[in-house]
Design a protein around this ligand. Structure first.
Ligand code: BES
Ligand code: MN
Ligand code: ZN
Length: 495
């Protein structure tokens, strides 16, 4: 898709459709007024008749406007003017793209009244337009055998008005890259677990590195993982017929000596719970338990696509968590790569077991920052619902950067406390600690566990159990937290 800024009068533009906004006060936006004047007052008459009320998210396509080269206008409701927020504006933009996707309209000029500049400057305006156009047109990579609907027709988006066309253009480029990266995550996470195995993820990483010179991939097979003494990771994978993979996907954009940002992804391609078997309802959703890994791959494609002047290392622990005669049992003790021993009281708390070995592996890179991304705990969903990802860590500056990136990217996170007292819950009589700390504060005790492996490295943990995918009728990967991480990396590249 092509994005550009429109400059001359909107009404004169020779595109397939003009997209303008209407407030609930049935008041046309500034650009819509010019279009109305050029079309002989047609829009005002329509509003006066009550055919369109400007309710947030409503759209109405008007055709055959012979006075305009575009001939079509899409009205988009923005709700009450005083209540317009960036979020509401983004939602309205999404509705507009959805409405357009049901037509064969290929080119548009967009002029949705924006919330205050403080909320949405020209860069973020451009970014939102490109990101939302991309993410709204995303189609699930399903395996349905029926005839596929035709690909969306929309190819060209002119957006405005803007004061700083350069900033908007940069926003377009970044927004398109973010949508493309989120689609990488979504495609991988939406795949069924019989296709998306640890081996499959490793092959994807290899294929990516083959396509792009600035990316390199290294894959550790089971023997190599054993040589790294990743006993906790192996304890999880020993119950599966699928061999584990440990993937190192590296992007070198900045000075080669620069300390890297290390992104660590939980790649449980299916989580049955193991011997601590999960309940059947919604167990299929545990195919999304590799969303963190998919987000890491997505972020590396983004760094490459935008040629960010950064050194980014992606580490992915990819395993399947299954019950089996050989599976790890409650009470078994595993030795992590760090040497610390873990009593595995619940085999369903497997995410932290693979992450602890991956986080230890991160040490060798002497990282400037380590961020792990994991669908780690149901407790985080209980605490925060599906709106915020949970953030914890040992470095307040890093946590602050992630929180701010989430706000800017409209992919928010919320910090939970991570203080020493939670550690008591992980005490074990038989090993250095247990892998579970009971139900209370479950998201925090999980992070506390990880914290035992990240001492001395600036580290933050994103629990995306509630945000990385949706259940129900709209079941599927959301692509989160790729927008947050993308913003974090883009900002870091500018420092
Ligand atoms: N993958 C799950 C966490 C999860 C739960 C993600 C719900 C998305 C939705 C994780 O491996 C898990 O099973 N965690 C357990 C931990 C418990 C045994 C301490 C959980 O949250 O129940
Ligand atoms: Mn589990
Ligand atoms: Zn899991």
């Amino acid at each position: 898709m092509e994005f550009a800024v429109w400059t001359k009068g909107l009404a004169a533009l020779a595109v397939d459709c003009l997209v303008v906004s209407v407030f609930e006060e049935t008041e046309l936006g500034a650009e819509a007024r010019a279009v109305d004047a050029a079309s002989g007052g047609r829009l005002q008459r329509l509003l006066a008749r009550g055919d369109f009320t400007g309710r947030a998210g409503d759209t109405l396509l008007i055709t055959e406007i012979t006075e305009l080269p575009a001939r079509r206008v899409l009205l988009v409701g923005l709700g009450a003017r005083a209540q317009l927020t960036r979020r509401g504006w983004r939602r309205a933009l999404g509705s507009a793209v959805t409405a357009l996707s049901r037509t064969r309209i290929a080119s548009i000029a967009l002029a949705l009244e924006r919330p205050a500049a403080r909320e949405l400057d020209d860069y973020y305006f451009g970014r939102a337009v490109a990101e939302l156009a991309g993410s709204t047109l995303y189609r699930i990579n399903d395996l349905k055998t029926g005839k596929k609907p035709p690909a969306p027709a929309l190819k060209k988006v002119l957006a405005g008005p803007v004061r700083k066309p350069d900033a908007a253009a940069r926003g377009f480029r970044h927004g398109a890259a973010i949508a493309a990266a989120a689609a990488v995550q979504r495609d991988l996470a939406n795949l069924p677990a019989n296709v998306c195995t640890p081996t499959f993820l490793a092959e994807e990483a290899r294929a990516l590195a083959k396509r792009h010179k600035s990316l390199t991939a290294r894959v550790l097979d089971e023997a190599a993982i054993r040589r790294e003494k990743m006993g906790c990771l192996l304890a999880v994978s020993q119950g599966s017929q699928q061999p584990p993979r440990f993937i190192v996907l590296e992007y070198r954009g900045g000075k080669s000596a620069a300390a890297p940002v290390v992104l660590v992804g939980k790649g449980v391609t299916f989580d049955t719970g193991g011997i601590s078997l999960k309940d059947p309802p919604a167990m299929d959703e545990m195919k999304f338990d590799m969303s963190g890994a998919a987000a890491v791959i997505a972020c590396l494609t983004l760094a490459e696509e935008l040629r960010l002047p950064l050194h980014v290392v992606g580490l992915i622990a990819a395993v399947e968590n299954m019950p089996d005669g050989k599976a790890v049992k409650p009470g078994d003790i595993a030795t992590s790569a760090s040497g610390q021993t873990v009593e595995i009281l619940n085999t369903d708390a497997e995410g932290r077991l693979i992450l602890c070995d991956a986080l230890h592996y991160a040490r060798r890179f002497r990282p400037a920052a380590v961020v792990d991304i994991a669908t780690l705990t149901g407790a985080c969903v209980v605490a925060l619902g599906h709106h915020h990802s949970g953030v914890m860590g040992n470095d307040e500056a890093l946590i602050g950067q992630l929180l701010e990136a989430g706000v800017r990217a409209e992919d928010r996170a919320w910090q939970l406390p991570l203080t020493e007292e939670y550690f008591d819950q992980l005490k074990s009589n038989f090993a250095d600690f247990a892998n579970v700390g009971g139900r209370d504060g479950g998201a925090i005790t999980a992070a506390t566990f990880l914290g035992k492996f990240t001492q001395g490295m600036p580290w933050a943990h994103l629990d995306v159990a509630g945000t990385a995918y949706q259940g129900g009728a709209g079941k599927g990967s959301t692509g989160r937290p790729t927008p947050l991480l993308a913003d974090f990396l883009i900002h870091r590249a500018e420092r």
